[in-house]
Design a protein around this ligand. Structure first.
Ligand SMILES: Cc1ncc(COP(=O)(O)O)c(C=O)c1O
Length: 398
């Protein structure tokens, strides 16, 4: 959205706008170079070359080898491939999963439990972190997988994966990391994390929707989800999404190129926003602000407001933000992430998420810094909780 227009898109953890260079990288695949990468002829060879170039770029983004990358239809499929692929026979198996995972991991783990697996759910601290000692204590001789995300989609809080990776390696249990909200925002190295599997998704770093990848460390035994052709080293059958994969490769290259500069720029905008809200609403709290966070995410708890009311009020002024995860909006349940961090249901409902991206300009953020506190103040004026406090004399109105 141009800086001059009213409003801006601040919901980049839900999805990001594809960069123009990404669209340009995809265009030939939808026009002249539409080949099937499994074909022997020239069109097929061209498609194969494009896929392999994108594979190298995706691998570089996370410090992996190209032959360890399996392209999927996105983060959800990558997560499902990791969990079901590592635990093909759930009965008698045990897995360790954090309670703050995205539904793609959470619901896959619940399904494994339905099929007979035992699951240990790890809680989070008030600042949104999973404790490595909890992982250690949950280990059993029959533990087949540990799955903990790198950055949380609602709070942006970065989890202590390196410490969890050391515990996993010592116990010889494979570790899966959902890095969907981390890849392209912070440096990711599968070696430093010590994981066997890692999921990432193009549309979270300005690539197209519907394409992602699972990193599978060399030597990891994984059962495929789909059966068919021998694509992706027999780990993911089906003709490759050529345009999507080419777009993911271009997005990965650009994300890596701009990683440090964007992290500095976006965290500056995010911090200014949080400071502006706190200055006018002192009871507001940025959840996880004391913990390491990805640079683009702010989860604000504003006592007394309904998160959804603020989202709607801002939408009317042209600003897109969200309450918790986009995948669960429309559901009346409070966010499972926030309740796992110890927030009461009412507190969790009083939270909104603002997530920045590469296309957000400083002028947009500055305009938002003026509008957001004013909209919050307006909603607080209307809030039943405030009325009750005024009635009881707990607060006075000037
Ligand atoms: C942490 C996390 N994991 C997985 C997913 C699912 O990814 P996709 O939308 O590519 O299926 C998301 C999407 O919001 C996410 O935030």
């Amino acid at each position: 959205m141009p800086a001059s227009a009213a409003g801006a898109y601040f919901d980049n953890n839900a999805t990001t706008p594809p960069l123009p260079a990404v669209v340009e990288a995809m265009r030939p695949c939808l026009e002249a170079n539409f080949g099937n990468a499994s074909s022997i002829h020239r069109q097929g060879q061209q498609a194969r070359a494009m896929i392999e170039a994108a594979r190298a770029a995706a691998a570089e983004l996370i410090g992996a080898e190209p032959n360890e990358i399996v392209f999927t239809s996105g983060g959800t499929e990558a997560d499902n491939l990791a969990l079901f692929g590592m635990i093909p026979e759930p009965r008698g198996a045990h897995l360790i999963v954090s309670a703050i995972e995205h539904h793609a991991v959470l619901h896959a783990a619940r399904e494994l439990a339905e099929r007979g697996a035992a699951v240990s759910w790890l809680p989070a601290t008030r600042d949104g972190r999973v404790r490595p000692t909890d992982v250690e204590q949950a280990l059993r001789p029959e533990t087949r997988l540990i799955s903990v995300m790198l950055a949380n989609n609602e709070t942006g809080v970065i989890q202590p994966i390196e410490a969890i990776g050391r515990i996993a390696r010592q116990a010889r249990v494979p570790l899966h990391v959902d890095a969907v909200q981390a890849a392209g925002k912070i440096p990711v190295s599968v070696e430093e994390l010590g994981c066997s599997l890692l999921s990432f998704s193009a549309h979270k770093f300005h690539g197209p929707q519907g394409v992602g990848a699972l990193y599978v460390r060399r030597g990891t035994r994984l059962r495929p989800l789909f059966y068919g052709g021998r694509h992706e080293r027999e780990r993911r059958a089906g003709t490759e999404n050529l345009a999507g994969i080419a777009g993911m490769g271009a997005a990965a290259r650009l994300a890596l190129r701009d990683l440090e500069a964007e992290a500095r720029r976006q965290s500056r905008m995010r911090d200014a926003l949080e400071a502006a809200v706190k200055q006018s609403i002192p009871e507001a709290e940025a959840l996880g602000a004391e913990a390491p966070r990805v640079p683009n995410t702010s989860c604000l708890h504003i006592p007394g407001i309904a998160g959804e009311a603020l989202v709607i009020a801002l939408d009317l002024r042209g600003y897109c933000i969200s309450t918790g995860a986009a995948c669960s909006s429309g559901a009346v349940e409070p966010s499972h992430v926030l309740t796992a961090m110890g927030l009461e249901d009412a507190e969790a409902r009083a939270c909104v998420r603002i997530s920045l991206g590469k296309l957000n300009r400083e002028a947009e953020a500055e305009a938002f810094c003026r509008i957001l506190p004013a909209e919050i103040a307006r909603l607080l004026e209307l809030s039943p909780a405030r009325h009750a406090k005024i009635k009881s004399g707990a607060i006075s109105v000037a």
